[in-house]
Design a protein around this ligand. Structure first.
Ligand SMILES: C[S@@+](CC[C@H](N)C(=O)[O-])C[C@H]1O[C@@H](n2cnc3c(N)ncnc32)[C@H](O)[C@@H]1O
Length: 289
């Protein structure tokens, strides 16, 4: 039913953000987008009356919020490393854990390669957040990013336009048909075991299956990626993975078998889970990293 102009009640910000309102955070984010205000501005202007146009826009978003859709898919945007990225249901929603993967990898890059020209490969790029952010942080980098999903790559390319980076996006299975060699290989592959009971309903019901599940034990993609990784890795290298809970021992073994001279570093996320594994060649100036 079309809402007639005269039927719209005067609505203030404070009517929407009533005390104990459900989905309070999501509603604040929706208001930020509709009113083009920052969070402090929303909170400081609770008496502001929404125009009819703003009200209609907001109610449309609110309907989707009440259906329990992730707010990032509703607003079609998400933040990663302090930058705005476009997202839709074809890409994984960027996670704060992955910001830490980029942060740690970037520290290792600066330590090992300073500002030298380097080749970086991001496997399973999704919305492109890792590849684009590393390209921004390393002006001298030549970044290639792959994904098997054409629809995900469409979003990654839109993000690349927004951030004016120069990543080369390639649709392929992992790194098939890539014949360059890389200084840095990074990946946040799908790593949730297929029958996992630990997955949130909102994630399970909304995010792309192809971005979530990593086979029976969650390790399928690490096995596939690591087995021939040597063929595209330079002798002096950094390999960086985000990993699932309790997956570190098996992945360490895989890396040790294929890169026996590397130093392996495992790092924790904000929740104290071993979330990152790095395999670093030890051929340069014997630095302990
Ligand atoms: C966990 S998501 C990570 C996305 C993004 N890198 C991030 O960190 O938000 C994994 C990505 O791997 C992609 N993927 C799944 N199977 C793949 C394959 N065989 N080859 C390349 N990419 C694949 C999915 O489409 C998805 O975008």
């Amino acid at each position: 039913m079309k809402i007639k102009k005269e039927n719209l009640k005067k609505v203030k910000i404070k009517d929407i953000l009533k005390p104990k309102t459900v989905h309070e955070n999501e509603k604040k984010l929706a208001l930020m987008q509709v009113l083009n205000l920052s969070m402090p501005e929303i909170l400081l202007n609770k008496e502001k009356i929404l125009t009819n146009k703003e009200q209609k826009k907001y109610r449309k978003l609110e309907k989707q919020i009440n259906k329990e859709l992730p707010i990032q898919y509703i607003l079609k945007e998400s933040y990663f490393y302090n930058k705005k990225f476009i997202v839709n249901k074809n890409v994984l929603i960027p996670r704060p854990e992955t910001e830490l993967l980029v942060e740690e990898t970037n520290k290792l890059i600066k330590d090992k390669f300073s500002d030298k020209k380097i080749n970086i490969l991001d496997i399973g790029t999704g919305s492109g957040i890792i590849a684009i952010t590393l390209n921004i942080l390393n002006k001298n980098s030549n970044v290639i990013a792959t994904d098997i999903s054409k629809k995900a790559l469409k979003i990654a390319k839109k993000n690349q336009k927004i951030h004016k980076t120069k990543v080369k996006f390639i649709k392929t299975n992992l790194y098939n048909k890539i014949d360059e060699k890389f200084d840095v290989i990074i990946s946040n592959p799908p790593y949730i075991p297929n029958n996992s009971k630990n997955i949130e309903l909102k994630v399970k019901n909304n995010e792309p299956q192809i971005a979530l599940y990593g086979g029976k034990d969650g390790l399928y993609y690490y096995r596939q990626i690591i087995k021939d990784l040597k063929t595209i890795t330079k002798e002096n290298h950094i390999i960086a993975f985000e990993i699932g809970e309790n997956e570190e021992q098996e992945i360490e073994k895989l890396l040790k078998n294929n890169f026996p001279k590397d130093k392996i570093i495992i790092k924790k996320d904000f929740n104290d889970f071993n979330r990152y594994i790095f395999s670093i060649s030890q051929i340069d100036n014997n630095k302990i990293i």
